[in-house]
Design a protein around this ligand. Structure first.
Ligand SMILES: Cc1cc2nc3c(=O)[nH]c(=O)nc-3n(C[C@H](O)[C@H](O)[C@H](O)COP(=O)(O)O)c2cc1C
Length: 314
């Protein structure tokens, strides 16, 4: 599994808060301040740097850290963010950092920060007045921090990290994914809409890159009818870190009417009789899930000298 290291600086906590969110989403990860950086962290696979903008400059301990570690960073996959009130100025500083240290960042992002005047030390209380006047912002508390924007950025970083995975040949991977799906018969189907979530253990069959699930009905349909995006887990029970086996599937759900040929074909595939099924006192509903993406964590991949996590986009 590829590991993410988030190194950050900053005095008033917003850059740290963002570092923690990135670590959660782009994990396995460790976050640390510039001052707490340790030599043993150099073998992390993906590095994210984060620092605030103070008085139109990227925070100085981070600038120094990058200067001193530019050789190491040049050989790493690195992304960088800053926390600021003027995102144009922030982005300019990040580009300067890249240029001055000749680092090809995979992503540069200026994120909205916060200003809480009561929290500032006496020097900063003076300094901030000049900045606020310069950018024509009122001399009062300002909150440009946007959690949704931070999470979107963290998901982008996760995606960038996944591009670094040592990959198995596409055809071989698909065979292994399909073998795993076909050798199991029960999944956990997650559905949601607005504030409602539902996780349902349910039997499935796999056919032509789709999962088929029979159901007498229930609350999951209240979600499916409003949002057809679903997530499905199929997994082995945990027996140790060296025998991990589980996948997360994302896909689109469709309810197949009884009158469709496909309904009959699936019933036949399951060894059931369509006419007997229709005579049951209740309707038997068929959910088809078109698989879009499979994230497969499988310790067996290690023996094949590739990453234990592999991703297939169908
Ligand atoms: C003394 C001081 C100077 C600042 N100067 C700038 C600036 O030049 N440009 C900017 O966009 N934001 C500026 N800010 C806003 C900070 O970037 C913002 O408050 C950020 O969230 C701070 O990060 P932190 O909470 O991690 O310390 C300044 C803040 C302080 C306290």
């Amino acid at each position: 599994m590829l590991k993410t290291l988030v190194v950050y600086s900053g005095k008033y906590g917003t850059t740290e808060e963002i570092a923690k969110i990135i670590s959660l989403i782009a994990g396995p990860a460790r976050y640390c301040t510039v001052d707490n950086f340790k030599e043993e962290y150099r073998d992390f696979d993906f590095v994210v740097l984060g620092a605030p903008i103070y008085e139109e400059k990227l925070e100085q301990t981070m600038v120094e850290f990058v200067k001193q570690n530019s050789a190491w960073l040049n050989n790493k996959a690195v992304a960088v963010y800053c926390t600021c009130l003027d995102t144009n100025g922030g982005l300019r500083e990040l580009n300067n950092l890249a240029f001055e240290n000749q680092i090809n960042f995979l992503n540069l992002k200026a994120l909205g920060g916060r200003l809480i005047l009561d929290k500032l030390d006496s020097d900063d209380k003076v300094a901030i007045k000049d900045f606020l006047e310069l950018v024509k912002l009122p001399n009062e508390d300002i909150d440009f921090y946007n959690k949704a924007e931070v999470i979107k950025f963290a998901l982008k970083l996760k995606e960038l990290k996944e591009e670094l995975l040592e990959k198995l040949d596409d055809e071989k991977l698909l065979v292994m994914v399909e073998e795993f799906i076909s050798s199991h018969n029960t999944c956990c189907l997650a559905t949601c809409h607005d504030g409602t979530v539902r996780s349902t253990p349910i039997e499935y069959n796999y056919r032509n890159k789709n999962l088929y699930l029979l159901s007498e009905g229930g609350e999951k349909f209240s979600n499916l009818l409003l949002n057809n995006n679903v997530s499905v887990s199929i997994y082995d029970s945990f027996e140790g870190m060296n025998s991990l086996a589980g996948m997360q599937i994302t896909g689109k759900a469709i309810i197949i009417p009884e009158t469709c040929d496909e309904y009959g074909e699936v019933i036949e595939m399951k060894g059931l009789n369509l006419e007997s099924l229709k005579k049951l006192p209740v309707n038997i509903n068929l959910i088809k899930i078109q698989v879009g993406r499979v994230e497969f964590l499988y310790s067996k991949f290690k023996e094949m000298n590739v990453d234990t996590k592999q991703i297939v986009n169908y």
